[in-house]
Design a protein around this ligand. Structure first.
Ligand SMILES: Cc1cc2nc3c(=O)[nH]c(=O)nc-3n(C[C@H](O)[C@H](O)[C@H](O)COP(=O)(O)OP(=O)(O)OC[C@H]3O[C@@H](n4cnc5c(N)ncnc54)[C@H](O)[C@@H]3O)c2cc1C
Length: 396
């Protein structure tokens, strides 16, 4: 069990992070990221470059692969301080999903070609797993890769590929044989090449974050395969377990809790700030207690580095996704009338000023609350996670 008692060295580390943020986080970037929208890819890339100059662009990776080698306590402190300062979230597809697979199972050549540019903020990732008939039942996917000389040639169709239109690389799970256990392979593909068509899908807000990706004789070198052919399902399961641990959405939930408090402090209701309303304050406190419990569970899961402990991925996914929905709903409620106005995320991303009928913290709130309705679907639908929990823990 992780020892989370306060260590003076950790407090010195906190001061170091704070000083770094004061000197290096561009104020305009911080202002944009306090507004609750998705961070733009350009902010994420720029922030990654700034962190890289200090050797901090992979807070959760071991030193030998270009990470910081920080303890879990240091990672949590870094995350808290970045949140408080308004830093954009980093590229989680790369940091928590495909990156660890590459440094664990990739060849030395793959590691050398992919990891350093990613750490310098030069690669943006998307995840190409789901297909029109393979979401919850991912193992039945049909996108096929066939060997042709030193290349794989890929044909098929992926769907719901978040951010593919802005990505430079996509990691795909494809079929190279029959069945699930030995028939799937994980390939890295340059997103900008002939044969890849990326079509936008409007989300619930009529914004563009999702895509359909059509692969028509797309070539990628065998050298871009992660691990062995036919072993993709095992790698995907490790990745999805990581994705679900990430789905506890600790940094995002921390951000949302901070924004909720800010809104409740800045909104007057019945002649006093909303945060002084005992009923609303109790609802915030309840959410905060849940957040703390979730954070400890996530730390416990992350501290199990050799995988000998129980798997908490499904618990973290269910609780984290429900909490992000609760917090964003509370924010909308706290905004009162201003919570009903849908500010455009596209305009925000393009740096265009938003007409502001509400207070400065209003843009982004309703947009984010709508988008996070999907948090109980992406990363593995919650109904499926509950079934996994029932099988794993209740022997049902
Ligand atoms: C906003 C968003 C972003 C996404 N981003 C990505 C991405 O970047 N990359 C990627 O690869 N995918 C992504 N996805 C896809 C996501 O992983 C799938 O939507 C998810 O796994 C569910 O699959 P499905 O949509 O095919 O639904 P289905 O599997 O068809 O499920 C539909 C409904 O039926 C229920 N259901 C299905 N099977 C069972 C069962 N056995 N028992 C009980 N209930 C069941 C599900 O819980 C769900 O409610 C994203 C999805 C969304 C909404």
């Amino acid at each position: 069990m992780t020892d989370l008692s306060r260590d003076p060295a950790d407090e010195r580390f906190r001061n170091e992070v704070r000083a770094f943020l004061e000197d290096n986080l561009p104020p305009e970037m911080a202002r944009r990221n306090r507004q609750g929208y998705h961070a733009s890819r350009s902010d994420t890339r720029e922030w990654t470059r700034i962190l890289h100059a200090r050797g901090w662009s992979a807070p959760n990776w071991p030193v030998e692969h270009g990470g910081t080698g920080w303890t879990l306590a240091q990672q949590a402190i870094f995350d808290e301080e970045c949140t408080a300062a308004g830093a954009p979230l980093l590229d989680i597809f790369g940091l928590s999903m495909v990156g660890p697979l590459i440094y664990t199972y990739g060849t030395d050549d793959l590691k050398a070609r992919i990891l350093p540019p990613f750490l310098r903020g030069e690669i943006s990732w998307a995840q190409g797993f789901s297909e029109p008939n393979a979401g919850s039942d991912l193992g039945s996917l049909q996108t096929r890769a066939v060997l042709d000389g030193d290349d794989y040639v890929i044909n098929g169709r992926k769907i719901w590929t978040s951010g593919a239109h802005e990505a430079t690389m996509i990691f795909f799970l494809v079929r190279t044989g029959e069945g699930t256990r030995n028939g799937l392979t994980m390939l890295i593909v340059d997103a900008r090449q002939p044969g890849i068509a990326i079509r936008p899908i409007d989300d619930i807000r009529k914004e563009h974050s999702l895509n359909e990706v059509i692969l028509d004789d797309v070539r990628t070198p065998v050298a871009n395969r992660i691990g062995e052919e036919g072993k993709g399902w095992g790698y995907a399961k490790a990745l999805l377990e990581n994705e679900r641990a990430f789905a506890a959405e600790i940094p995002r939930n921390r951000n949302h809790l901070a924004l909720l408090r800010r809104i409740a402090r800045g909104t007057m209701r019945a002649g006093r700030p909303l945060i002084e309303d005992p009923v609303f304050a109790a609802r915030i406190a309840e959410a905060e207690v849940e957040f703390m419990a979730l954070e400890f569970l996530a730390l416990r899961a992350m501290s199990d580095t050799d995988g000998s402990g129980p798997s908490f991925g499904s618990f973290l996914k269910v609780r984290g996704s429900e909490l992000v929905q609760r917090l964003t709903q509370l924010q909308v409620e706290a905004l009162g009338d201003h919570g009903a106005y849908l500010y455009s995320e596209q305009a925000h991303m393009a740096g265009q000023p938003q007409p502001a009928p509400g207070p400065e913290f209003a843009p982004g709130v309703w947009s984010e609350a709508m988008y996070r309705r999907a948090s109980s679907i992406y990363g593995g639908a919650n109904e499926i996670q509950r079934t996994l929990i029932a099988k794993q823990y209740l022997d049902l």
